[in-house]
Design a protein around this ligand. Structure first.
Ligand code: SAH
Length: 229
């Protein structure tokens, strides 16, 4: 089964973007994943093909019109389409590796990319959009956020990563940050590779990596160890 993403955007030319190269590029070529950008403007009905309007209550910026977006969503998400409908949004729940895994196990997603001040609240409620944020900062549009979400999803699809086990030890998969990595040369600018890693003692190596992982997580992301803190 192929993961199918339909992306509603005012800038379809931004897709597949960086996902056209390397691992994701090959997954798209093989058809393991599909990305279909759809231009929201194609669903505008007035003669100026407008997609946005001034905010009710006044203030700066423009808001994406609910009627135009609803028509676009309804056109790509027909009855029986079980794909989750996502809205990239700084107000959304922060994206996690767990949500990425869940999405990758499903049939795909319909992803709405906001622009301007965002989208009309009634549209979010009426089409039951799941708001997803990629971090506590504001982008100028949802497209880079959608590309990041799709990057994370495509790399965990079956068969996409060369070494099947290389995904499971990574940061967040274990609830912790990953240990540091080293490779040759043995000495780089007077710095040596930690001796344990070249000892050949696999048990000691595993223990060292786990200890490093725990230490890093404690220092940098204590919230991962104790979500209540
Ligand atoms: N007025 C909004 C910001 C709008 S930014 C606010 O203050 O919350 C324009 C669009 O960029 C948003 O609709 C959203 O689709 C996208 N976007 C911006 N930052 C994002 C983030 N951190 N995560 C996901 N999408 C984001």
């Amino acid at each position: 089964m192929s993961f199918r993403a339909t992306v509603l955007t005012l800038y379809p030319e931004m897709f597949p973007g960086h996902l056209g190269v390397s691992l994701a590029g090959r997954a798209l070529e093989r058809g393991d994943a599909q990305i279909e950008p759809v231009n929201i403007r194609d669903f505008a009905t007035d003669k100026h093909r407008s997609v946005d309007d001034t905010p009710a209550g006044g203030g700066a910026g423009m808001v994406l019109k609910p009627d135009v977006l609803a028509a676009a969503i309804d056109a790509v998400s027909l009855e029986g389409d079980t794909r989750p409908r996502l809205l990239m949004s700084p107000r959304g729940r922060p994206l996690t590796q767990q949500r990425v895994r869940e999405l990758a196990e499903g049939p795909g997603a319909v992803i709405v990319c906001g622009r301007f001040e965002g989208v009309d609240q009634r549209l979010i409620e009426a089409r039951e959009l799941e708001e997803i944020s990629i971090g506590d900062y504001v982008l100028s549009g949802g497209e880079p956020a959608a590309l990041i979400l799709l990057d994370a999803v495509i790399r965990v699809l079956p068969g996409v990563m060369g070494n099947a086990s290389s995904g499971t030890h990574e940061s967040f998969e274990t609830g912790m940050l990953e240990h540091p990595h080293y490779t040759r040369p043995q000495v780089f600018e007077d710095r040596e590779i930690p001796a344990v890693l070249t000892s050949g003692n696999h048990k000691a190596i595993d223990e060292w990596r786990q200890a490093q992982s725990l230490e890093l997580t404690r220092k940098r992301r204590p919230d991962l160890l104790d979500p209540e803190a």
